[in-house]
Ligand binder design. Structure first.
Ligand code: PEP
Ligand code: MN
Length: 337
């Protein structure tokens, strides 16, 4: 259920309704809106308590939310969410997050951060902890990688997006990251999702490689229902019969997610195609499809990258792509952040 308060409801009336919801044995989630506050209710099995709540001062209506992913749904929160991240924002514009697949060494990270800053990019991606298909592949620098990211952030001011692979290292990653990435293989790692529901940093939740839209939104609901409202989704391609690209980048899910949920959604055309030459076309397509931004792999020397070199743009190719997005954003009347 969702309690819709009057536009003129006072903070005391909102708190009284939240208290009543707790007395009923449910959990209230206060959702401030542009014109009015709503209070989402979870933990209830049906509409019990609806009458009591309807009679309280300041309450305009109590409506049923028909979908399972209640707090991330448009029914609960009609306006699109916008989250501030490291001096920029995600939502209500087109935000680009770029950088290498992995943190490889300090020199490479500094070079990339300085280049991105010159392009006006505010957020850099790079994994310190890497989820690799093979146990023999480069697993990332781990804690040493976090130290490098912290140093590059301190020296350049760039915001850091990096993956949190397990609950064990969540504190250390949270201390450095401005945005906590959950990888495709972890989308349904419920212990990790619960831990991140306690985080004070926003979470970038990648779609599982075989996840339906409902499974994806329910994974987001784990984080939001636990208390962390700042969830950003990221489509990165799914498994299909097609083998002409690494994954099948499912851009058709963008308008669907936008319809069902208020959360921002990014597109990762790097993992979505697996080949640098196909990345620019899909990056522009993501902008046209209504995505809120990109997560894109960029490396100063892709041929010698320790992971995902084939799908990483070199600096020049990234600069060209970036320049090509501007006129497109203008035509679409989207703000390039
Ligand atoms: C990555 O972003 O480098 C990554 C490992 O992504 P995914 O979880 O989508 O495979
Ligand atoms: Mn990668």
């Amino acid at each position: 259920m969702l309690v819709v308060m009057h536009a003129s409801a006072t903070p005391e009336q909102i708190e009284a309704v939240a208290d009543k919801i707790r007395q009923l044995g449910y959990i209230p989630h206060v959702i401030p809106g542009a014109t009015r506050t709503a209070i989402g209710i979870t933990g209830n099995r049906g509409p019990e308590g609806r009458e009591v709540l309807l009679m309280m001062p300041g309450v305009e209506d109590v409506v049923r939310v028909t979908v399972g992913y209640k707090l991330v749904s448009r029914e609960t929160h009609p306006e699109p969410s916008v989250f501030p991240v490291a001096g920029t924002r995600i939502g209500g514009g087109f935000t680009i997050i770029a950088g290498p697949c992995s943190v490889e060494n300090e020199r490479l990270m500094m070079q990339t951060a300085e280049f991105l800053a010159r392009c006006g990019i505010r957020l850099m991606r790079a994994g310190a902890f890497k989820p690799r298909t093979s146990p023999y592949a480069f697993q990332g620098l781990g804690v040493e990688g976090l130290r490098i990211l912290a140093k590059v952030k301190a020296e350049t001011g760039i915001g850091i997006v990096t993956e949190v692979l397990d609950t064990e290292h969540a504190d250390e990653v949270e201390a450095v990251a401005d945005l906590l990435q959950v990888g495709t293989r972890n989308m349904q790692n419920f212990a990790l999702l619960r831990r991140l529901s306690q985080a004070r940093k926003p979470v970038l939740l990648k779609r599982g490689m075989a996840a339906t839209v409902e499974e994806w939104l329910l994974a987001a609901e784990y984080i939001v229902s636990g208390g962390n409202r700042q969830v950003i989704l990221c489509e990165r391609g799914v498994r299909t019969f097609a083998d002409h690209t690494r994954n099948t980048l499912d851009l058709s899910i963008i308008p669907v997610v936008k319809h069902l949920s208020h959360l921002p959604v990014l597109v990762d055309p790097s993992h979505g195609t697996g080949r640098a030459e196909y990345v620019p076309a899909m990056a522009r397509a993501a902008l046209a499809a209504g995505a809120d931004g990109l997560l894109i792999e960029v490396h100063p020397d892709p041929r010698n990258a320790l992971s995902d070199g084939m799908q990483s743009l070199d600096l020049e190719a990234f600069a060209r792509l970036h320049a090509s997005l501007k006129p497109l954003a203008d035509v679409l009347r989207v703000e390039l952040l």
